[in-house]
Each structure stands twice: as structure tokens, then as C-alpha cells.
Design a binder for this molecule. Structure first.
Ligand code: HEC
Length: 121
């Protein structure tokens, strides 16, 4: 993503009315959202989020965004790119749950190659 687009996105995210915070979603909805994440989002970002048509979404990179900015990307998409907005299909609480899942519960921790045994960090 180009820096200017990133700045725009953060401004837009700040201008958004406060998204619902920490609304507990039902376990059924959480399962549906996980399926959405690894299958639908996974069709572009890879089933293990390692990237494909869309970039990889490792936990360490996702943690560099605010949860609000990530939820905004998920709801609105990224104009001028293949990243679609999902607001017709999911609620703001859903998007926030997905954002938090990407930041904290994401099985893909990092893309960084771990040092080999004996190698200095
Ligand atoms: C049709 C393909 C496609 C689908 C489906 C898709 N994405 Fe994306 N996504 C992209 C592309 C392409 C980009 C990179 C856009 C750019 O910055 O040029 C992107 C970017 C992103 C980013 C920003 C990544 C970064 O590091 O800058 C996030 C977060 C993201 N997508 C999450 C999701 C989630 C969550 C879903 C499912 C709800 C999803 N995407 C579904 C194609 C897709």
C-alpha cells in the first residue's frame, strides 16, 4: 500500500464514529467469522494468511495497525485495489472481531525467518 493511501486510511478510520467495543459475539458467529477469514479472505490472502493475490497477514504486521484501522480496511476495502469491502456481509462488531483475531489469535505469527541454531540474533 502506498504511504499516501495509508495516511488517508488512518484519517478515515479516526473520523469513523467509535466502533462498538468488545461486543461479545456468539460462539456460532465467531466460528462463522473464522471460516470467512480462512476461506473467503484466504482465497486472496492464502488459507494460512501467507499471501497470494493479497499480501500475507502475519500477526506481527497486523499488530502495527490499530484495531479500528484494520476493522475499517475490512469493512471498506482498499479503493483502487483488489481488496473488497465486506460491509454488506458483516457488521462493525464482526469486523472488529476479525481485526482482533488477526492481531492476537492469528496462527501466522510472523514471516520473519527464525535464526538458525547457533546463529546470533
Ligand atoms: C479479491 C481478493 C481479496 C479478498 C477476498 C480479501 N482481500 Fe484483503 N487485500 C487484497 C489485496 C489485493 C490487498 C492489498 C491492497 C493494496 O494495498 O494494494 C489487501 C489488503 C488487505 C489488508 C491490508 C494488509 C496490509 O498489510 O497492508 C488487510 C488487513 C486485509 N486485506 C484483510 C482482509 C480480510 C480480513 C479479508 C476478508 C474479510 C480480505 N482481506 C479479503 C485482496 C483481497
Amino acid at each position: 500500500m502506498k504511504p499516501s493511501a495509508l495516511r488517508l486510511l488512518f484519517c478515515a478510520a479516526l473520523a469513523l464514529p467509535a466502533l462498538a467495543t468488545g461486543d461479545a459475539l456468539s460462539p456460532e458467529r465467531q466460528t462463522e467469522l473464522e471460516t470467512l477469514l480462512y476461506q473467503d479472505c484466504g482465497s486472496c490472502h492464502g488459507m494460512t494468511l501467507r499471501g497470494g493475490l493479497g499480501p500475507s497477514l502475519p500477526r506481527d504486521r497486523m499488530a502495527g495497525f490499530t484495531t479500528e484501522a484494520l476493522a475499517h480496511i475490512i469493512l471498506q476495502g482498499i479503493p483502487g485495489s483488489a481488496m473488497p469491502g465486506w460491509k454488506a456481509l458483516i457488521s462493525e462488531a464482526d469486523a472488529r472481531w476479525l481485526a482482533e483475531h488477526l492481531q492476537t489469535d492469528n496462527p501466522l505469527e510472523t514471516l520473519a525467518v527464525p535464526p538458525r541454531p547457533g546463529e546470533q540474533e
